[in-house]
Write a protein that binds this ligand. Structure first.
Ligand code: NDP
Length: 372
């Protein structure tokens, strides 16, 4: 059975046999001019040592500007394992009850929250109150109201809130955005986003409304929502949506199995998207303008992403997404670097507002206007 992990890792597995491609090492001369070794390193505590936490941690071993210095976990055996793997001292290990004490820990600059969706809001607010920067996995929260509370808490504490939108740093994705911005695709008319896989174990938290906040839309459909925005380059002004459920036992009330949705943009461009926990092989973005097109397929897996446009194949090298993301986030936090596509709380909030509107559109069976 194809699983979420298959969806994200299928392509990664094929790269395991390829030589690991990293960005070019700077020459001695470049190192001096760019002062690479002097850049401040972001010291991160990972909260939630689950499947994605492990992927992030492995990728961070290749980071130049980010390093794991702490863990927050409810499972003592995982803490022990991570301590030996990543050389983490006892004083930098916390559980969910005592992690507020992180405020007195000078070894930790930021906490990366990688727990089930419903926990993000309270955990990020506690991280902010402890005076540490918060990096939070997608979806940032369960709804826009929670998202706003997180933004407010981080503002009040004067810490950064960033969302783990790894695709915002992915080279082929950025090349399509560059082409669109430079007018090479002409006037954008249409975006098609397909995001889905067949989910396995019916007892997992992703199928529990209390922990997941919904179903496929919260987990995988959000890639098409977010992608529609950065591919088209506008904020949508309306949404329509339709839900299909074929298995009410597995996908209980409030847990969406499949939702089709459409977004309308101020220019007149439209997006047609599909989010599913019960359809295989859905990982494709297609953008059409009056002078050209761009296709990414796979568009959101762990890579390599493949892409082509009316001009030919995209050839930008694959870089492990989470390595790139964490190095870029260090630059955002310490140097005030502005990424091409934002990864801040406001960006996460926009997706949550669209998710709220999609669920409302399904419920009411009518078009919902959006103000982002
Ligand atoms: P997992 O279930 O694999 O891991 C979640 C971890 O959270 C657990 O291992 C556990 O760690 C901790 N946890 C704390 N409370 C609970 C609870 N009540 N139930 C279950 N786990 C709990 O999930 P993932 O790692 O796949 O997903 C975590 C987050 O990351 C989600 O928000 C998801 O959307 C996001 N994600 C993002 C991806 C991306 O590409 N950006 C890819 C995959 C996931 P411990 O035992 O250490 O406390």
């Amino acid at each position: 059975m194809s699983s979420r992990r298959d969806f994200l890792q299928k392509i990664t597995l094929s790269t395991a046999v390829l030589p690991f491609i990293r960005w070019k090492e700077p020459t001695k001369e470049e190192s001096v001019t760019n002062k690479v070794s002097d850049d401040k390193v972001l010291r991160v505590a990972i909260m939630g040592l689950g499947s994605y936490g492990n992927i992030v941690a492995r990728a961070m071993q290749s980071c130049k500007r980010a390093k794991i210095t702490g863990v927050i976990s409810g499972t003592p055996s995982k803490i022990k394992d991570w301590q030996s793997r990543y050389n983490i001292p006892d004083k930098n290990c916390y559980n969910y009850e005592n992690f507020d004490a992180i405020k007195d820990n000078p070894d930790i600059d930021a906490v990366y929250v990688i727990t089930p969706n419903a926990l993000h809001r309270d955990q990020v607010i506690r991280v902010a109150k402890a005076g540490k920067h918060a990096i939070c996995e997608k979806p940032m929260a369960l709804n826009a109201k929670e998202g706003q509370q997180m933004i407010d808490a981080c503002k009040k504490a004067n810490v950064k809130l960033l969302v783990g939108y790894r695709m915002h740093f992915e080279p082929k994705t950025l090349e399509v955005i560059r082409m669109r911005k430079d007018g090479e695709l002409g006037k954008i008319m249409f975006f098609d986003g397909l995001s889905g896989f067949v989910i396995g174990d019916p007892t997992q938290w992703r199928l529990n409304k209390q922990l997941a906040g919904g179903g496929s839309m919260m987990d995988i459909g959000i890639y098409s929502i977010n992608g529609a925005r950065y591919m088209v380059g506008e904020e949508p002004i309306w949404v329509t949506a339709q839900e299909t459920k074929t298995n009410k036992e597995k996908f209980k009330e409030g847990v969406d199995e499949t939702i089709q949705f459409q977004l309308g943009f101020p220019s007149g461009a439209v997006a047609s998207c599909l989010s599913s926990y019960n359809i295989r092989y859905l990982d494709r973005f297609f953008l059409s303008g009056d002078k050209g097109f761009a296709e990414l397929s796979p568009a959101n897996g762990y890579g390599p992403i493949r892409g082509r446009t009316n001009k030919g194949e995209l050839t930008q090298p694959h870089v492990t997404h989470q390595t790139l993301q964490m190095d870029e986030m260090a630059a955002i936090i310490f140097d005030g670097k502005q990424p091409v596509v934002p990864v801040d709380g406001e960006e996460g909030l926009k997706d949550l507002k669209i998710i709220d509107a999609i669920y409302e559109a399904v419920k009411k069976g009518k078009r919902i206007d959006l103000k982002l």
